[in-house]
Write a protein that binds this ligand. Sequence first.
Ligand SMILES: [Zn+2]
Length: 322
Amino acid sequence: MKSNSYYMAVDIGGTKTAAALFTPRGEILDDIVLTVKSRTFSGEETVYQDTKNLLQDLLAGFELRPENLAGIGVGSPGPLDSKKGVIIHAPLMGWRNFPLSDRLRKDFGLPVALDNDGNLGALAEQRRGVAKGFQNVIYMTVSTGCGSGIVLNGEIYHGRNDGAGEIGHTVLFPEGLPCPCGSSGCFEQYASGTALNRTARRDLSAGTESLVLSLTGGDLERIDGKILLEAAEKGDPYARSLYEKEGFYLGISAANWFNLLDPDVLVLGGGVTKAKAFFYESMMRTFRERCIQPVNDDQIRFSEMNDRIVLYGAFYLISTRI
Ligand SMILES: [Zn+2]
C-alpha cells in the first residue's frame, strides 16, 4: 500500500469527539475508533488541544506519521463555513469563528476538509449506506435535536451560506412553542427526543396515567428516550400515543421534503428512530396523505450506520476532494 494513502476522519460532537483512520477503499483501519470526552465550556484552546491529541494518539497507535496520510476530513455541528473551514459558532466548545481547518492543516501538514454533521450524514448514506446508488438523497436525524443534509446530483447541497437543511427550524405550527432560534412552532420543538421527553413530563405532571411514571421511580426528570421506548414496548397506551404523534410529525416533514425536492430516498437516523416500530405506521399514513406525487414506501429508509455515520461522511468528503 502506498505510504500516504490513509485518510483521517474526525467527528466533533458536544459529548464526545471520535476519530478513525480509513483505508482508500473506505474501511475503518482495524475497526478502531478512538474517542475523547468533549471538555465543553473549558475554552477554545482546551477543546482544540484535546482534538489534536486524539488524532496524534490515533496515529501513534498504528505507528503512523502524518506523512502516511493523504488528508483529514472533519464533521462538526454548524453553523460553519465549509469553504473556509471555519467554525462560526459552537457554544459548547467555546468556538467562535474558530479556524479549525487552518489549525489542523498547520499542525499536521495535510489537506483538511470540514463540513457539518448533517451534510456528512447525507453523503455517507448516499455513498455507502441505505441510499447507495441514488443521486438525490435527504438524510434527517432525529435525536436530541433535529438536523438534516441534502445530496443533489451526488454532491452535498450547501446553499449560499452553508444554511441548507435546517429542518429543525422549519415551522409546523406558526403560533406554536417558542424556539431558541427566535421563531416559534419549529419542527424540533415537537419531534426531537428532547421534545418527546418534555411532552411526557408535562402530561404526566398534569395527571396523565402511564407506566412511564413507575419506570422513572416517580422522578419525572429521569424521563428519557430509553424509558419512553421501554414503556411503549410493554404496551403502555400513553407512550404508544406519544410515538403515534411523533409519526404524524415525521410524516408531515417527509411529505414536505418530497413535495419540495422529489428526492430518490429520504434516510432517517438518530436515537428517536430506535422507536420506529411505534411510529412507522402513523408516519407512513401521514406521508401518503400529504405527499402530492406517487411515491413508494421504500423511498423512506432507516440508517444502519449508527454513530459512525459522520466518520464515514468525513472520509468521503476528504477522499473525493484530493
Ligand atoms: Zn427554531
